[in-house]
Design a protein around this ligand. Sequence first.
Ligand code: PLP
Length: 414
Amino acid sequence: DAPTQRSTSMREFNKSSKLDNVLYDVRGPITDEAARMEAEGQRILKLNIGNTAPFGFRTPDEVIEDMRTQLTDCEGYSEARGLFSARKAIMQYAQLKGIPNVSMDGIYTGNGVSELIQLCMNALLNNGDEILIPMPDYPLWTACATLAGGTPVHYVCDEQAEWNPDVADIESKITPRTKAIVIINPNNPTGAVYPREVLEQIVEIARKHQLMIFSDEIYDRLVMDGFEHVSTATLAPDLPCVTFSGLSKSHMVCGFRIGWMVLSGNKRCMKDFMYGVNMLSNMRLCSNVPGQSIVQTALGGHQSVNNYIVPGGRIYEQRNYIYEALNAIDGVTAVKPKAAFYIFPKLDVEKFNITSDEQFALDLLHEKRILITRGGGFAWPEPDHFRIVFLPRMGVLQEAVEDLADFLEHYRQR
Ligand code: PLP
């Protein structure tokens, strides 16, 4: 009949070729399979996304109360960069961390750090410009750099050195096209917290080769065991720096979509970049205003996250448990995370005959209904790693690890 005929002659709409090399596996084919199984009525334990609220982590009451009382004032757009009160609080936070040369016009709020990563990559990169990104990475950096036309060049973080960046590898990968370096500290997926000396060496390389520094510090308030978190920008007052953080993780409000970035250091040399950032920021009008409205209370108020990351606290105890329990499994080793809520264990590929980490993740999903993220999702080149989010309560985690051990006891990949 006529309507069908017309629709069969319709041309096909393919995704843009800009997406050809873009990978974002934290939500990808394996998560789609998990969703399909869930739709069939199976219960899946999701250890794949750092989403705190579903695991019972709560934001301080005062933050919710603050949003409630302000909600009716948040109906309009804010200034593109963000509310004055939010940016003032972010400025004070940045100053307390020792970040030099911060001013109100260099602070932008975003719909999570995610939006600002994309915005910066679009503002900076021309086709073929290279940007150094850690490996393993938080995959949004690689995806956004690629989508912007840039070429992500991955530098190794060394498992043998507590997952700290391999400074020699960074230097060896610099070319005349290298424009910037991304540092993720504290790190997702490894939980590493970089020592000051390592950061100083990276900054020295950036100085020598005139690179812009992007430092993703969204986990800076989730550092355990008394390790010091050094904001990279504090070591680079003479370089163009952009520091990212937000409330998703520290205040357990991933769903509110509120993050920020702070431009600091040498602003003279990034005038034109700032012009681009402004333009893109104006084009998105503003970030979610209710999210912005709580920044002042959240940053200045009760830091309930502190109770989670000390002995007796959930994140601390769950971290200790998962670290010990994974290392007790024959064929699995893992470095102890110092921050955040991820662990990036290594599998003995010979023992398990693993050639595909995607197949490993699928096999575990099908057999034990546990969803993890394969190492390849973090630009890790070998099939020997995967990431676990250790946010579920202890009992659930224990069950998950027992299931994993049981699964691995007989596992040989075909
Ligand atoms: N950066 C890192 C390292 C992350 O792990 C995440 C989220 O997991 C983000 C940025 C994005 O956070 P959001 O967009 O919620 O601020």
